[in-house]
Structure formats: structure tokens, C-alpha cells
Design a protein around this ligand. Structure first.
Ligand code: B12
Ligand code: SF4
Ligand code: SF4
Length: 398
């Protein structure tokens, strides 16, 4: 094994990651030195993450990088910027979070991480790394903040002074001891702009979030969206950027293209997932036509969305979200496609939310479509949605 020089390894990791499109790279020790487990448990106890399968066992793992790599000593935290200039949608189009504008970020950030980890392993002369991005149990923001990659804002995202909050986070956990960096002293100060920018009241202003109210969560859950939340979603069909768009540090950084498109590598794992490495996703996935999305069936879904960051929950979730967005558009032109979805969509979730959308639009045609369907619909949940949608139009009301 070559002589170990932590500073040189850190420099190598930084240089390679920056070359591949990262905007910053910092290191922190691989242990919970700042109450990470406690913060996670408090958040779970409040029910903030009630739609996620998170519990005390998860918190213990997420605060301890040795759950990812035995003998872990350092975490190399990497920020990778993505586009922050998504196109403004037309009235008949849905809104989609900026990060969907590039092909599925999991595989793209993973490629960057694998490439850098491969270089570290080669320099160390053995396998001394494991990578994580989004899907592994590690409190990514907390470690990134402690490494000084940025500070956690009141919208709960990590804000990099270099590239703002429109960054993905990735980590290389290693059992090498690397020179650590210091956390930043920056905070949001008196700014509170993101709080009123959130249409669902998810942000409390104390750096915590009720994630069950966040549109990013509502549009990716696989069961029914609570009725009271549906009107607040507007025309977002995947994720939401409103709190980050209101955030002043984001206004001072201009990130126009996801630098990740430069990632190309030949690590064995990269060859395995190589099929996913491509440039930006087609433009129409960033501004999807709502009616087209509502009518999406499996071959069309696979072709257009399966590989994007909004594809992983499957087609029915996207059709459900399109139904809610069409209801919130209050556009009577949406009544025929919603009526068709209420009649023909194979998935009760989509039929149920289409019923809600027809009730929200509330035109005479919408109401009679609901009444017609009630005579033949057999699914109990869909019938309940139709009943609720018709409720305001019952005799004597409205
Ligand atoms: C679950 C999850 C969600 C949930 C919950 C979000 C949340 N804020 O917790 C939902 C679906 C809502 C979500 C939404 C989004 N997400 Co998300 N999500 C995750 C995931 C998988 C786990 C997060 C988690 O454990 N949350 C529980 C909270 C309690 O933990 P935490 O976020 O780590 O919070 C720590 C700090 O806040 C700190 N803390 C707690 N209290 C306090 C108080 C003070 C004063 C301070 C300073 C700190 C502090 O302690 C916590 C524990 O260490 C991570 C990936 C990962 N493995 O970490 C991605 C991740 C956080 N998501 C990410 C992204 C990009 C998003 C979206 C922007 C996507 C979008 N546009 O739709 C939105 C942002 C919405 C928002 N305002 O947060 C990025 C964040 C990048 C960044 N710059 O911070 C991550 C890191 C994925 C990645 N690898 O890039 N997400
Ligand atoms: S992503 Fe949207 S819904 Fe979620 S906290 Fe931010 S503004 Fe609110
Ligand atoms: S909008 Fe203001 S308060 Fe909210 S995260 Fe950004 S800087 Fe902090």
C-alpha cells in the first residue's frame, strides 16, 4: 500500500469531483458529534415524516456512517448543482420541480461518486470507500452542514454559499482519516422569505418542516392525497420549488445547466448502470401537458418518464397528480378528459382523484358526469370520492 497522505487524498477527491461537475467538496468525521440522531428522532416523534418508514432504528443508522461502511472514519460531502431555471409552464401544463429537468439524478450523482471513489481506492491501494446519495440511511444535510458545505436554511435545504440550495448532496464514506473542514458560521439571520412562499404551511420557521404537508411529499406518496391538501397543490405534478425560489441566496447564484451532463466514466459499476447516463430529460417532462399526463398509459409512460426523477413511483401516481392539477386549473376544458379518466382509468386512485377534480371544477357537465358514474362505480373508495365531490351540489346547497 502506498504511504497514506490524508491531505493528498482529500485534494484528489476534491479535484476529481469538481472536474466532474461538483460545486464544492468538504470533509467531516464519520460520527454523530452534533445531535443528529436526537434531531431525527424529534422530527419523527412530531410526525413530520409520518409518510416515510422512518423510526428510531433508522435514526440510529442515519446518524452513524459505519452503517454504510464498517470502520468509517470520514465523510466526504459533495454538492452537485442542478438547473435552477425551469421553464415557466403554460396554463394547460403542469409544474415540475427543477431537479426533474435532468435525467434521474440518483444514477447521475452515483456516477460522479463512483468515479471519485474509484480514484480514492486506487490511491489507497484497496477498497476504502462506499457511496451514498439520497437512498441510503445517512442524514445527508446534517453531515454536509457539519462539513461546512453550506448551512441549513429555514426551508430545511442546505444552502451552499457557492451554488445556493439547488444542489444534490452525495457522500463518499471512507475508513481513511482525512483532515476535516469546519462548519460555516452563516445562518438565515432575520430572513423569513421562504415561510409565506410555501402554499401549504409546511415550514414552521424554526428550521423544521411538517413534510406531510410538503408538495414534494404529497406528489410522491402512493395512496390518496388528503382532500384538504389537494387545493393547495396548485398545478404542481412532481415536487415543488417555491420556498427555494423565494430564497435570496439562490438569486445571487446563476446555475443554468446541470453540470452533471459532463459525467462519463468507466468504473465497473458505471458500466452496469451506463444505460441511464444521458443528457437532459426531454423538455416536455419539465413542462408536461396535463391532459396528456392524465391519459398516459404504460408504454407511453416508459418511453417518456420511466427514467426521469419523476418516474420512480410509476404511471398511476403521475396520472393522479395530473387529475389534481387539472381540478385546480378550474378549466372547464378539462371536464371531458377527467370524465374519461373517471370512467376508464384502470386505477381506483386515478378515478377517485378525477372525481375530486370534477367536483372542484363544478360545471353542470362535471356534476352530471359524477352522478352518472355513481350509478355504476363499484370501488368503495372511488364511490366515497364521488359522494364527497357531489356533496356541495346536493339539493339545497350552493
Ligand atoms: C425524506 C426526504 C424528503 C421529504 C422530507 C424533507 C425534509 N425536509 O426532511 C420530502 C419528500 C418532503 C422531501 C422534499 C424535498 N427534497 Co428531499 N430528501 C429526503 C431524504 C430522503 C431524507 C431526509 C430526512 O431524513 N429528513 C428528516 C429530517 C429531520 O432530517 P434532515 O433533513 O437530514 O434534517 C437535519 C437537519 O435539518 C437538522 N436539524 C433539525 N432541526 C434543526 C434545527 C436547526 C436550527 C438546524 C440548524 C438544523 C436542524 O437535523 C436533521 C437531522 O440531522 C433526503 C436524503 C437523505 N438521505 O438525507 C432527501 C434530500 C434532503 N432531499 C433533497 C431535495 C432536493 C428535496 C426537494 C428540494 C425536492 C423538490 N424540489 O421537490 C424537496 C425540498 C422540500 C423541503 N423544503 O425540504 C436533497 C436536499 C438537497 C439540499 N440542498 O439540501 C436531499 C439531501 C437528497 C439529495 N441527496 O440531494 N425530501
Ligand atoms: S417544497 Fe413547496 S410545499 Fe414543500 S416546503 Fe417548499 S414551498 Fe412548501
Ligand atoms: S428564504 Fe431566507 S429564511 Fe428561507 S432559507 Fe432562504 S435565507 Fe433562509
Amino acid at each position: 500500500m502506498p504511504p497514506f497522505d490524508g491531505a493528498a487524498i482529500k485534494r484528489l477527491a476534491r479535484d476529481k469531483a469538481m472536474q466532474l461537475g461538483a460545486s464544492d467538496v468538504r470533509v467531516t468525521p464519520a460520527f454523530d458529534g452534533g445531535g443528529v440522531q436526537r434531531d431525527l428522532n424529534e422530527s419523527f416523534a412530531r410526525g413530520d415524516l409520518a409518510t416515510w418508514p422512518y423510526d428510531e432504528a433508522y435514526a440510529a443508522k442515519a446518524a452513524d456512517p459505519s452503517s454504510i461502511l464498517e470502520g468509517a472514519r470520514s465523510v466526504i460531502c459533495i454538492a452537485v448543482p442542478y438547473a435552477s431555471n425551469a421553464a415557466e409552464p403554460l396554463p394547460q401544463q403542469g409544474r415540475v420541480s427543477n431537479y426533474v429537468g435532468s435525467a434521474d439524478y440518483h444514477s447521475r450523482v452515483k456516477h460522479l461518486l463512483l468515479e471519485v471513489a474509484g480514484q480514492i481506492d486506487a490511491a489507497a491501494g484497496s477498497s476504502v470507500t462506499a457511496i451514498a446519495c439520497d437512498t441510503k440511511p445517512i442524514a445527508e444535510r446534517a453531515f454536509a452542514a457539519r462539513a461546512g458545505l453550506g448551512w441549513i436554511g429555514k426551508h430545511t435545504n442546505l444552502i451552499s454559499p457557492v451554488s445556493g440550495s439547488f444542489v444534490f448532496l452525495g457522500e463518499i464514506v471512507t475508513n481513511l482519516e482525512l483532515p476535516p473542514d469546519e462548519p460555516l458560521r452563516k445562518t438565515c439571520g432575520k430572513c423569513t422569505r421562504c415561510i409565506p412562499a410555501c402554499p401549504t404551511g409546511a415550514l414552521r420557521g424554526d428550521y423544521t418542516i411538517d413534510a406531510t404537508r410538503c408538495i414534494a411529499d404529497l406528489t410522491q406518496r402512493t395512496d390518496a392525497i388528503p382532500r384538504a391538501m389537494r387545493p393547495l397543490i396548485g398545478t404542481w405534478v412532481w415536487g415543488c420549488d417555491l420556498c427555494q425560489l423565494a430564497c435570496p441566496p439562490n438569486l445571487s447564484v446563476m446555475v443554468s445547466q446541470p453540470a452533471l451532463s459532463r459525467v462519463e466514466g468507466n468504473h465497473p459499476e458505471q458500466r452496469f448502470t451506463g444505460a441511464h447516463v444521458e443528457g437532459r430529460a426531454p423538455k416536455e417532462t419539465s413542462t408536461p401537458e396535463l391532459v396528456e399526463l392524465l391519459q398516459l398509459r404504460s408504454s407511453g409512460f416508459k418511453r417518456k418518464y420511466a427514467r426521469t426523477a419523476m418516474g420512480w413511483r410509476g404511471g398511476a401516481v403521475l396520472r393522479r397528480n395530473a387529475a389534481v392539477a387539472l381540478g385546480n386549473s378550474l378549466d372547464r376544458a378539462a371536464v371531458p378528459p377527467l370524465t374519461e379518466a373517471l370512467r376508464d382509468d384502470p386505477h381506483p386512485l386515478v378515478r377517485g382523484h378525477s372525481a375530486w377534480a370534477l367536483g372542484r371544477i363544478g360545471s353542470p357537465q362535471a356534476v352530471s358526469a359524477l352522478k352518472r358514474r355513481l350509478t355504476i362505480e363499484r370501488d368503495r373508495d372511488v364511490r366515497a370520492e364521488i359522494d364527497a365531490a357531489l356533496e356541495p351540489y346536493a339539493a339545497g346547497r350552493r
